[in-house]
Design a protein around this ligand. Structure first.
Ligand code: SAH
Ligand code: SF4
Length: 350
């Protein structure tokens, strides 16, 4: 563990205080996996996106977000890394780039941990906050995610405190309960994006399996046992979920769980026609939440010049294409179009 996680050795051969015969045997029995950075976009003081090639050739992304005000309850001035947990995503939310090509496979625990190690090595910076908000649904890869978090959290591992780790889920109710029963004090964010089943069904197929009431009662269970505040993430999509009525209903859900709300103006994805509401509408939505005493923030982009969204850098590289990705998903009901793209996660609160 010392060699792997403290000294960050890349091969057993480097572990010079182990007998040569043991090094040889270990190298044969359990080769150390490696993930290679194949592309980096962004600069030191903005959000940087890293594209990795896994051992089997699959591509995934991580996003390094420099010091920004507290997004998920952590202290400010932290370097936050947004990691992926799956190659692609099976949940097919209609606004998201990560699910556009469907699901390929779960990441192994080491492939999750290696995103942190490789980026710390490449950037020379230490990661002190972690959000599971990259490609994939973390709770659908439960066992590998928990194994990775144990390594990330352990004093012999990467020593990142559990309270500095946030898992985001689109709403896998049974797994939220399972996570509650884990002893780790990690934070939870729920991608709500709609305050009624009608709205949520329209954009998040998972809601047909676990509707809002089922999801919220899993959250009740979490809040009662963990005694921790959870966060609702709420993307604002023009004409879909940004009405005053939705804001009012959202306040009720937030009050029920004493949750805070992060409002995220929708980030355009090439090929999808959804758009963000006007600044006025965003502010109005925020003001309704605040008028009801809900702790709420509205995010704006950092590093908005970076031209690839989470999930999209991978698509572009894989397909050898540039900006325009013609996607027609049977259920998306939208036409392809080229567009400026931002990462979903490169924001700061206002
Ligand atoms: N699968 C998990 C975690 C990965 S997605 C989840 O859905 O929560 C992380 C967050 O980014 C989610 O809240 C997701 O809804 C949001 N997101 C996806 N595409 C987005 C976009 N184009 N603009 C803004 N947020 C987006
Ligand atoms: Fe998957 Fe999350 Fe994207 Fe939905 S928002 S498709 S669950 S990564």
């Amino acid at each position: 563990m010392d060699w792997l996680y403290q000294k960050r050795a890349g091969a057993f051969e480097e572990m010079t205080d182990l007998p040569q015969s043991l090094r040889t045997r270990l190298a044969e029995a359990c080769p150390i996996g490696k993930i290679d950075i194949v592309r980096v976009i962004g600069s030191r003081d903005t959000t940087r996106k890293f594209l990795f090639r896994l051992m089997d050739g699959n591509l995934i992304e991580s996003v390094l977000i420099p010091a920004s005000p507290a997004l998920y309850g952590e202290r400010s001035d932290r370097r936050t890394l947004c990691v992926s947990t799956q190659v692609g995503c099976a949940y097919g939310c209609k606004f998201c780039a990560s699910g556009l090509e469907g699901f390929s496979r779960n990441l192994h625990a080491n492939e999750i941990v290696d995103q942190i190690i490789a980026i710390e090595r490449a950037s020379g910076e230490e990661i002190d906050n972690l959000v599971f908000m990259g490609m994939g649904e973390p709770l659908a890869n439960f066992d590998n995610m928990i194994r990775a978090i144990r390594i990330i959290n352990a004093p012999w591992g990467l020593s990142i405190g559990a309270r500095r780790i946030t898992i985001s889920t689109s709403g896998l109710a049974p797994q939220i309960k399972k996570l509650t029963d884990e002893p780790l004090q990690i934070r939870l964010a729920i991608s709500l994006h709609g305050a009624t089943d009608e709205v949520r069904n329209q954009i998040m197929p998972i809601n047909r399996r676990y509707n809002i009431e089922t999801l919220l009662s899993a959250c009740d269970y979490y809040v009662a046992r963990k005694k921790q505040r959870l966060t609702f993430e709420y993307i604002l999509i023009a004409g879909v979920n940004d009405s005053d009525d939705q804001a009012l209903l959202l306040t009720r859900h937030a009050q029920r769980l004493s949750a805070k709300v992060n409002l995220i103006p929708y980030n355009t994805v090439d090929g999808l026609l959804w758009s963000r509401p006007s600044r006025n509408r965003q502010e109005k939505f925020l003001s309704i939440l605040r008028a009801h005493g809900i702790p709420a923030t509205l995010r704006r982009e950092k590093g908005g010049d970076i031209d690839a969204a989470c999930g999209q850098l991978r698509l572009q590289t894989k397909q050898g294409r540039d900006r325009t990705i013609a996607v027609s998903r049977p259920h998306s009901g939208v036409k392809a179009r080229p567009g400026k793209t931002f990462c979903a996660h490169s924001k700061a609160d206002v």
